[in-house]
Design a protein around this ligand. Structure first.
Ligand code: CA
Length: 227
């Protein structure tokens, strides 16, 4: 298992590196956000321990850039005790878990083990978009207090759109990531469009305020605002 630690305080960074190495992980330490992002883009890590407070490119910027690259690494952010907004922003940006500084090493180690057991990066916290709430664990979808009855595929489609909230999702991305088909094909495009239409009927038709928008010629976007 390969872990990247991005931490600008040498004492903390080295302690974490040595502790994790002693547990058998391969650990690379980066002292700045730039260096960390470069390393994370050039090789595949299973997990990244990311400090939020970094000089220059901070942890949230690094995280956003990683998620734009579709990095599948688990990301555990380290935040200061009083920075609740950082934690929320971090989870919104795609962190899988967070730990408040100062922390005890066994706590970090336990969180890392739990994340690595979970495998592929998909935060298990409920996703909230406006009045819509999606629970990835129970697969419950609620809008304005009303539970929506979705098929498995509709749920996967909605969850994917929600994880890419306010970003345009192309049919190519849906084919690859939701339908798990490497190439795009006309019949599959039609299938995707049918599912989007069905999802829209359940998600938007009964409610005021549309969430699922079509971006002509590009794809779809889940957003409270009209794109
Ligand atoms: Ca720091």
């Amino acid at each position: 298992m390969q872990i990247l630690v991005i931490e600008d305080e040498p004492k903390v960074g080295h302690a974490v590196q040595e502790g994790l190495q002693a547990e058998g992980y391969e650990v690379v330490l980066a002292g700045t956000g730039e260096e960390g992002f470069f390393l994370a883009s050039s090789r595949a890590f299973d997990l990244i321990v990311l400090d939020i407070m970094l000089p220059g490119r901070d942890g949230l910027e690094v995280l956003a850039a990683l998620r734009r690259q579709n990095s599948g690494a688990q990301v555990l952010i380290l935040t200061a005790k009083d920075a609740i907004e950082d934690r929320v922003a971090g989870l919104d940006t795609g962190a899988d878990d967070y730990l408040v500084k100062p922390f005890a090493f066994p706590e970090l180690s336990a969180r890392i083990r739990a994340l690595l057991r979970r495998g592929k990066s998909e935060p298990a916290i409920p996703l909230k978009i406006g009045d819509l709430e999606i629970d990835p664990v129970t697969r419950a979808v609620v809008r304005k207090g009303t539970r929506l009855d979705l098929t498995v595929r509709e749920f996967e489609l909605l969850e994917y759109l929600a994880r890419n909230h306010r970003r345009v999702v192309s049919r190519e991305m849906l084919a690859r990531d939701v339908w798990k088909e490497p190439g795009r094909a006309t019949p599959l495009d039609n299938v995707i469009d049918v599912h989007v239409a069905r999802l829209r009927k359940k998600l938007d038709d009964p409610f005021a305020g549309k969430l699922l928008h079509t971006v002509r010629g590009v794809g779809f976007i889940l957003s409270e605002e009209i794109p």
